[in-house]
Structure formats: structure tokens, C-alpha cells
Design a protein around this ligand. Structure first.
Ligand code: OAD
Length: 236
């Protein structure tokens, strides 16, 4: 822990990659942990364009459930620690796979949302994307003013990440002196690829996770425990 703390303190540029685990202590179930299975569906069965084409109401019911949970949740000490780190670091980029917006609410600013934002909705007919912050939508699936079907403004399995966001994430990971990886199983690509990419480019990689991951043996420092406890200590 002490060594990792020193790497962070002395780094001119820090990048962070977060996943669902950082929001677990806010009460939002992770995808592959307890509570991740909703009505017996795994995320890979619902978060796809094919699932939406087959049954948009079902997919929307899952997002509606998640939006409801997220609306009730508060950012936790892990989110706040990262916002504090950003305020101190010379160069800082927060790359997140999360769509819940809790990093924004904790005060983080330079956020790259690789998988979009659950509070955005996009029309499948006219392509218009807008915010809709209502935790419960009056009608599922929701419709655009043009009459088209609205979908969540997130990235699904099999879809490309927003190219500009991805380019900026790669640049930040490639230029970082430290990459902090918190609360992700790091099994979903291309996001997970940022970990070896940063390491090959010379970054010290620090992992914070309650469990071992596929990358634990590859990183420079693997810290085991809840992000809400470890991250505040790491930046203190
Ligand atoms: P996962 O559910 O795959 O992994 C969550 C990780 O967080 C696991 O490694 C847990 O051990 C860890 N974890 C749980 N609680 C924690 C805590 N309190 N502190 C620290 N770590 C904790 O979630 P992601 O890695 O985010 O994509 O999943 C990646 C992507 O797969 C998601 O963005 C989503 C999903 O399907 C799409 O929907 C495209």
C-alpha cells in the first residue's frame, strides 16, 4: 500500500479505470457478482442489440430497474476519493465502464464513459440523443417525439465504443505514469485491454478489487479489499 501511495503521489499523470465494483458499496449490484442476475437473465443476454430487437420492453424493464436503483444511490467513499485525487493530480483521466453517473455526482470532471450513460436515451429512428433523468419512465418501451423507439444511451455487447471516447482513453492510458484499476473484473474488451496497454507503455498499474482478477498477477500492485475503504487510504 505504501509503495502504491508513493507512485500516485509522485506521478505527473494518473489514469483510472473503474468498473461496477466501485459502485457496489453504493448498493448497485455488479454484473457478475451477487444480484447481477435479474429475473434469471445474465447481462450478456440483455445488453445486446439482438435482445432489444427481439423484446425491447424486457430490455427496458431491466434498465428501468437499474435506473431506479441508481436514482436512490449515493456516491461512496471510493468515488469521492477519485474526485479528490483529480483535484490534486497534474494530469488526471477517469475512464469508466460504468453508466451510473456516480462519478459525476461525486465531483469527478475529466470522465470518459466508455459504455455510455444510463440517463441518456437515443431514438432508433431519428438518432436524436437526450437526457431523461426520470427514474421511472411512464411507458416502456419509451418513444421519441418522432414516434421512433427510444433505446438506452449505452454501449451493448457487439457494438463499437464511441470512437472519440475510446481514442482519448487509449491516449490517457498510454501516457499515464500510474494506472489505477478499481472494481472491474476486466473481462470485457476493449476496456480491459487498457490494462496491458498502459503497462506496456510504462505505467505502474495498481489494482483495487475485493477478489483476484485475470490481471492480478500482471499488475505492479494488487490491493485486496472494498474500493470504498482502500481508495481513501491510497490517496491519503
Ligand atoms: P463486473 O460485474 O464484471 O465486475 C465487478 C468487479 O468488481 C469484480 O471483479 C468484483 O470482484 C469487484 N468488486 C465487487 N465489489 C467491490 C468493491 N466493493 N470494491 C472493489 N471491487 C469490487 O463489472 P465490470 O468489470 O464493470 O458492460 O463489467 C464490465 C462490463 O460488463 C460492464 O461495463 C457492462 C458489463 O456487462 C456492458 O454492459 C457493455
Amino acid at each position: 500500500m505504501q509503495q502504491a501511495r508513493e507512485w500516485i503521489q509522485s506521478a505527473a499523470s494518473v489514469a483510472v479505470l473503474t468498473g461496477a465494483g466501485i459502485s457496489a458499496e453504493s448498493g448497485i449490484p455488479t454484473f457478475r457478482g451477487p444480484g447481477g442476475v435479474w429475473r434469471s437473465f445474465r447481462p450478456e443476454e440483455l445488453a445486446t442489440p439482438q435482445a432489444f430487437a427481439r423484446d425491447p420492453k424486457l430490455v427496458w424493464e431491466w434498465y428501468d430497474w437499474r435506473r431506479g436503483l441508481i436514482a436512490e444511490a449515493q456516491p461512496n467513499a471510493g468515488h469521492h476519493a477519485l474526485a479528490e485525487l483529480e483535484a490534486r493530480a497534474a494530469r488526471f483521466t477517469l475512464i469508466t465502464q460504468n453508466v451510473d453517473g456516480l462519478h459525476d455526482r461525486a465531483g469527478s470532471r475529466n470522465i470518459l464513459k466508455l459504455h455510455g450513460d444510463i440517463w441518456n436515451v437515443r431514438c432508433q429512428s431519428c438518432g436524436r440523443e437526450r437526457r431523461d433523468l426520470r427514474p421511472k419512465l411512464p411507458e416502456l418501451p419509451p418513444r421519441c417525439d418522432c414516434g421512433g423507439l427510444l433505446r438506452p444511451g449505452v454501449v451493448w455487447f457487439g457494438e463499437a465504443l464511441p470512437p472519440e471516447v475510446w481514442e482519448r482513453a487509449e491516449a490517457a492510458a498510454g501516457a499515464a505514469e500510474v494506472l489505477l484499476v478499481a472494481g472491474t473484473s476486466a473481462v470485457v474488451y476493449p476496456a480491459a485491454g487498457l490494462v496491458p496497454y498502459a503497462r506496456q507503455a510504462g505505467a505502474k498499474v495498481i489494482e483495487v478489487n475485493v477478489d483476484e482478477t485475470a490481471f492480478s498477477h500482471l499488475v505492479d500492485c494488487s490491493l485486496r479489499g472494498p474500493a470504498g475503504q482502500i481508495l481513501p487510504r491510497l490517496i491519503s
